[in-house]
Design a protein around this ligand. Structure first.
Ligand SMILES: [Zn+2]
Length: 327
């Protein structure tokens, strides 16, 4: 989606230069610091000369999320040295493991509710946000999508998760959680970044509250009837002062909610046709009686069958929440 804003890079670099000089006055002649100072000076020269952000070998632009993570990068992915490539692969592998550890446990079941999810990045890390946790008797579930992809988006996803977990633990009403999360996200990220997400709270009596920040409407499945729970708000962090409304749905035993990101609905096959919500509806209708993990896996299998080998282009999350019977 949107590109991050990169205008004050010259300022950022001269800030870094000041800090390096301070550090060097404490530890003079440190070879690593001196090397960094050289690198920063070279980057400042590239900014002044108008070649900043271009690969030194092919002169094509360096990938924006890599440049954001490392403003001193001089080579595009295709022109890294073997050592640089290995270091980058190790970093990504570690980031991927860290992100895996942030996911909720599979079959996170709370009194009266059963859950299942599928989470899969387009690359080693994902910009989708998928979470399940409880506060008292309430089950909280969140599925979202941060603008952009790759490492930069995955960092924002981790930031969003920490924000939500902290705000929910304060016991705030759902709309206030969303409003505060939106403000914090807006204030602490680049202006071009935002997230769409659905946050839900399911209680013991079967009542489920939803706040939807511009995300694909969750599907409500009652028997073989499937309907959409409509969106109620703008994406999170688009503006610093946003308000959200809560919609409520009562789930009977056996009723199911299915949430997903556009990595499902906007997946394309070889001919460029989108998977679409209608096809998803049909799969869900057919599989409505299956256990949550089965239903999730039916959706994943159908998506793979539809794609028939077309490479995945986006991060994918599918989550199912089911109200259990009163036995
Ligand atoms: Zn290059």
């Amino acid at each position: 989606m949107a590109e991050p804003m990169e205008s004050p890079i010259g300022e950022q670099l001269s800030d870094r230069r000041d800090k390096l000089e301070q550090a060097l006055s404490a530890i003079p002649n440190d070879t690593k610091l001196l090397q960094l100072l050289d690198d920063v000076d070279a980057a400042i020269e590239r900014v002044n000369g108008g070649t900043y952000g271009l690969c030194e070998v092919c002169h094509d632009p360096i990938e924006p999320d890599r440049l954001m993570a490392d403003p001193l990068a001089c080579f595009c992915l295709d022109h890294l040295t073997a050592d640089q490539r290995r270091a980058l692969e190790e970093d990504l592998e570690l980031a991927s493991k860290n992100q895996g550890a942030l996911l909720p446990k599979q079959s996170f079941d709370l009194a009266g509710w059963a859950t299942a999810y599928h989470y899969e990045g387009a690359g080693p890390v994902s910009g989708d946000y998928c979470d399940l946790f409880s506060l008292g008797d309430d089950l909280y579930f969140i599925v979202g999508d941060v603008s952009g992809k790759g490492v930069a988006a995955s960092m924002l996803m981790a930031h969003l998760q920490a924000t939500f977990r902290a705000l929910v633990s304060l016991g705030l009403p759902l709309d206030e959680v969303m409003e505060r999360a939106s403000r914090m996200f807006c204030e602490s990220t680049l202006p071009t970044h935002f997230a769409t997400l659905v946050c839900g709270k399911a209680g013991l009596t079967g009542e489920v509250e939803f706040c939807n920040a511009g995300h694909n409407p969750p599907l409500l499945v009652r028997g073989s009837k499937v309907e959409e729970i409509e969106a109620t708000g703008l994406p999170l962090g688009l503006f610093c002062e946003e308000s959200f409304t809560v919609s409520k749905v009562r789930l009977n035993p056996g009723d199911t909610v299915l949430l997903y990101t556009d990595g499902l609905s906007e997946s394309v096959d070889k001919s460029g046709t989108q998977y679409g919500v209608e096809r998803l509806n049909r799969v869900v209708k057919k599989g409505h009686g299956e256990a949550p993990e089965e239903l999730v896996s039916l959706c994943v299998k159908d998506l793979y069958a539809f794609r028939a080998g077309t490479p995945k282009a986006d991060d994918l999350t599918i989550m199912v929440i089911r109200r259990l019977g009163d036995d």
